[in-house]
Design a protein around this ligand. Structure first.
Ligand SMILES: [Fe+2]
Length: 145
């Protein structure tokens, strides 16, 4: 039982860390402006955003691997299947974001800012909701004597 509790606690802590990464992503994306006078600053700000997205993606991939390894012992196969589907959905959302983030032409990058912001917000929303659903399951498991 102690093993289950420590696994549950570690997953809950990882969810908090992922929320911290998302906070950084949201702050970095909100700093970006598309006005022409902001182009010079935009390069630096985009680097900050890329870094924040990179930390989020790395953190999520590591976290998904951890959940893949330990959650099957905690939840039924059907729930695990649903969790894996949502993990895959999250990783697909990074693929939508990456072309704009890596666009060498900063003007062209700035012209894609509105859809980029929407895609990033969708990723953060989906990831937040997913982790909250998992938190619900983990909180139940914490109650098991
Ligand atoms: Fe998950």
């Amino acid at each position: 039982m102690r093993d289950i509790i420590s696994t549950v606690e570690s997953l809950l802590n990882e969810h908090e860390a992922i929320r911290g990464h998302m906070k950084q992503v949201r702050e970095s994306v909100n700093n970006l402006e598309s006005l022409p006078q902001h182009i010079l600053a935009a390069k630096d700000k985009r680097e900050n955003l890329k870094q924040a997205i990179g930390y989020l993606e790395d953190g999520l991939r590591t976290h998904h691997r951890h959940e893949d390894a330990v959650m099957p012992q905690l939840v039924g196969e059907l729930i695990m299947q649903a969790i894996r589907l949502e993990h895959a959905d999250q990783l697909v959302m990074f693929k939508k974001i990456s072309p704009a983030l890596n666009d060498n032409n900063i003007d062209h990058f700035l012209s894609q800012l509105v859809p980029l912001k929407t895609n990033i917000e969708n990723l953060c929303q989906a990831t937040s909701l997913h982790s909250l659903r998992e938190d619900g399951i983990l909180h139940f498991l914490r109650k098991v004597p």
